[in-house]
Ligand binder design. Structure first.
Ligand SMILES: [Zn+2]
Ligand SMILES: [Zn+2]
Length: 179
């Protein structure tokens, strides 16, 4: 959904959002996971003068990705509550260019909006990227894949690792006699 900055009333805007996950193409391309169903949430957009907007929001999304250990496909539901300050125009912060940059580094975490429009899909994409940062696991105790043969060790031991937990490749090496 695109919102014209000019049309945000002074008292702010309160929005319920429900964005098709499949429409967030940027996510799949840059982050390598997909959003299942819709992303639901709520945004409160307030204007601070003509130059900044403050967004208070929350989102819930179901993400399809893969376990970082065993590579099994997994679906996880994430919720995030966030607050973000947006600079509404690239030259709107006043003062010299240097001053503006200083402001961005020390005080604010904002995105410059172009063409006087705010795209909720951009905000959602950025927040989802934040949600999923880190290593997703199918379960906390996931054993992952064998480094030797690639077998999923959640399904049982492979031939590299015997039932006693000793790696047979090394056991064999132990048996070698140096002559
Ligand atoms: Zn796993
Ligand atoms: Zn193995």
């Amino acid at each position: 959904m695109k919102i014209k900055i000019d049309e945000i009333p002074l008292e702010g805007l309160s929005l319920d959002i429900s964005e098709e996950g499949s429409s967030l193409a940027a996510i799949k391309d840059t982050l390598g996971f997909t959003v299942i169903g819709t992303v639901d949430g709520h945004l409160e957009i307030g204007k601070v003068g003509a130059e900044f907007a403050i967004i208070d929001g929350n989102l819930t999304a179901t993400i399809a990705t893969e376990c970082s250990r065993c590579l099994r496909p997994i679906e996880t539901e994430h919720s995030i509550v966030f607050k973000e300050t947006l600079l509404l125009s690239a030259d709107g912060a006043g003062g010299g260019e240097g001053k503006e940059r200083e402001l961005s580094i020390h005080d604010m975490d904002y995105t410059v909006m172009e063409e006087g429009e705010l795209d909720t899909a951009d905000i959602i994409s950025a927040q989802i990227a934040e949600m999923v940062s880190g290593k997703p696991l199918c379960k906390e105790s996931c054993k992952g894949l064998c480094h030797g043969c690639g077998k999923d060790l959640n399904e049982g031991l492979c031939y590299c690792v015997g039932p006693d937990g000793i790696d047979k490749r090394f056991a064999k090496l132990k048996g070698l006699k140096l002559k």
